[in-house]
Design a protein around this ligand. Structure first.
Ligand code: 2PG
Ligand code: MG
Length: 425
């Protein structure tokens, strides 16, 4: 049974140059491992509390020294020398120490760093790879590798705001391996650079997750350009490479209206708009098509997308809507508000709670996309988690920045090691 010998944390910087937390956990048998936590920009209201120092003179208030001190003092003092039979036991102790509903006391970023560092150290102690340990944690066998959904174009809060929707992603549909998926995405990404730099007469500039962000005239031209890039790369749109979108619509919903550039429309009109998009373009997944608290309209969207196409089926994914929170997921299941979960463990704060979210989604026969955040580190645990928890898809960002590549490269490594098949759409 693992006994915690040492817990230490330091403040490091994420891909936006903002502070975040890295924790190291050592067990008495000598196993030791670290984990760093990511951070979002287009965050949901219902996310667990991310603890920041609030001292405006340092990193504009974004420092994580309090979170680090919470680990080095409060948490280390209480957990050192204690045995934890499994992840659930460790996470329960963390939740008890925090004692608040929303991780307001110690911070979800603080708890997650410890939760994942412990999981990894435990995997080392068990002499199994982290992906195997994650699978054992939820009592499931390894099944498949997650199909990559890769950021091509960016807007919204991750770019200059020229278009309100946040991501247009490409999904290699006919690829049968991670390796082939990434080679496919590379060709599409290169042709998108070529086409958009000519069309908009700008150098290819990238947004927070590496997506291209030329001055698109409209949402529609963003979709047209994505399809153009797929064709120019020699693939058949929809059959070989499809599109997924993160509308991130909570961030342009105000006064019961969706403010789509010059147009302000109602929830019903937003559903009609999205339905028209999926009819016109080969879109197979719509994340946060509606705002996080527009609960009444979500079942209409889910129905509309369900009926829009059967092969391949269109996912109605909840991100801000669900915040990887079991209560919100249960509500969405009860109301048929979505049929897929975007799973981001830092939205909830511990692996155990994220595992509960996963299991609710699975029981409802939902698909699960395991997702990174827009602020990431070079840590690669996300790839192991997505494999261990058999995510149907993985969303990491584009294929250009090292904080993203760390995860893609880890997926390639896991593929070479396990030979697991790629998940079907
Ligand atoms: C999202 C994520 C990742 P952020 O909205 O899905 O793209 O963004 O981490 O900023 O919430
Ligand atoms: Mg999102």
């Amino acid at each position: 049974m693992p006994k915690i010998e040492m817990l230490r944390a330091i403040e490091i910087l994420d891909s936006r140059g903002r502070p975040t937390v890295k924790a190291t956990c050592s067990l008495n048998g000598g196993a030791s491992a670290s984990a760093s936590v990511p951070s979002g920009a287009s965050t949901g209201e219902a996310e667990a509390h991310e603890l920041r120092d609030g001292d405006a003179s340092r990193y504009g208030g974004l420092g994580c020294r309090k979170a680090v001190a919470n680990i080095n003092a409060t948490i280390a003092d209480r957990l050192k020398g204690h045995h934890f039979v499994d992840q659930h036991a460790l996470d329960s102790a963390l939740l008890k120490l925090d004692g608040s509903k929303n991780k307001n006391n110690l911070g979800a970023n603080t708890l997650l760093a410890v939760s994942i560092a412990f999981a990894r150290a435990h995997a080392v102690e068990r002499k199994v790879p982290p992906y195997q340990h994650f699978a054992d944690m939820i009592g499931q066998p390894l099944r498949t590798l997650p199909r990559p959904t890769v950021n091509l174009f960016s807007g919204g809060k991750h770019a200059g705001g020229q278009v309100v929707i946040q991501d247009v992603l490409v999904v290699p549909m006919s690829a049968t391996t991670v390796d082939e998926s990434l080679a496919t995405v590379y060709s599409v990404y290169q042709s998108a650079i070529e086409l958009t730099s000519k069309k908009y007469d700008v150098r290819a500039l990238t947004a927070d997750e590496g997506g291209l962000a030329p001055p698109f005239e409209s949402i529609e031209s963003m979709f047209d350009d994505a399809v153009g890039a797929i064709e120019h790369a020699g693939f058949e749109p929809g059959a070989d490479v499809a599109l997924a979108i993160d509308v991130a619509s909570s961030h342009f919903f105000d006064n019961q209206q969706y403010h789509l550039g010059e147009r302000s429309i109602t929830s019903d009109e937003m559903v009609d708009t999205i339905k028209a998009w999926v009819t016109r373009w080969p879109i197979v997944s719509v994340e946060d098509g509606l705002a996080e608290n527009d609960w009444d309209a979500w079942p209409t969207l889910c129905d509309a997308l369900d009926g829009a196409r059967t092969a391949p089926p269109i996912l109605t994914i909840g991100d801000d809507l669900l915040c990887t929170n079991p209560q919100r997921i249960q509500r969405a299941i009860d109301h048929r508000a979505a049929n897929a979960l975007l799973l981001k463990v830092n939205q909830i704060g511990t692996l155990t709670e994220a595992g509960q979210s996963l299991s609710l989604a699975r029981q409802a026969d939902w698909q699960v996309t395991v997702s990174a955040r827009s602020g990431e580190t070079e840590d690669n645990w996300l790839a192991d988690l997505a494999v261990g928890w058999a995510g149907n898809q993985i969303k990491i960002g584009s294929i250009t920045q090292s904080e993203r590549l760390a995860k893609y490269n880890r997926l390639l490594e896991i593929e070479a090691e396990t030979g697991l098949p790629l998940a079907d759409w």
